[in-house]
Write a protein that binds this ligand. Structure first.
Ligand SMILES: [Zn+2]
Length: 165
């Protein structure tokens, strides 16, 4: 059973220029969100709820995943979990302190937990999830100052496109 998506399977690299340090943060965030949206599309094709996620370190993609709950018969098979696991294994470090997670849908409580445990630097998400979103909508777990780590959150990047997937 395959839990990790090989990186080479991705359809195309996002426009390199937009992802270099020269681009603005907003432009870079949108380019990476487009990549996450491609992965969400892949989940949809597989009969899953369409959610895609990528983990980025600097200008490099280090992890990616799409929702695979049905395919893996695993309630923890969320796009973020798969992308975070892949990034940690690729980098040989369970702490992802310099990484940014891009995900098309606001993370749930489980994924918010993984984001905190991984000490993720930044989280960028597209569509808000009023029922289960734990980055501010249903609950703000990621921003809870009581926890030992608080990731920076940017909400609503390409929100319309993400919510229409
Ligand atoms: Zn989740």
């Amino acid at each position: 059973m395959q839990f990790y998506l090989p990186l080479q399977e991705s359809k195309q690299k996002p426009a390199a220029r937009a992802l270099t340090s020269e681009g603005t943060d907003d432009a870079r965030d949108e380019e990476w969100m487009k990549r996450a949206m491609e992965l969400a599309e892949r989940a949809k094709e597989g009969g899953e709820i369409p959610v895609g996620a990528v983990v980025v370190l600097g200008d490099d993609l280090v992890g990616e995943g799409c929702n695979m709950i049905r395919a893996s018969v695993d309630p923890s098979g969320h796009a973020e979990m798969i992308a975070i696991r892949q990034a940690a294994q690729r980098l040989g470090n369970y702490r992802l302190t310099q990484c940014t997670l891009y995900v098309t849908l606001e993370p749930c409580c489980m994924c918010a937990g993984a984001i905190i445990l991984a000490r993720m630097k930044r989280v960028v998400f597209g569509a808000r999830d009023v029922k289960t979103g734990c980055a501010g909508s249903a609950l703000d777990l990621i921003g809870l100052p009581k926890f030992n780590h608080v990731a920076r959150v940017k909400a609503g990047v390409m929100e319309d496109a993400c919510s229409k997937q």
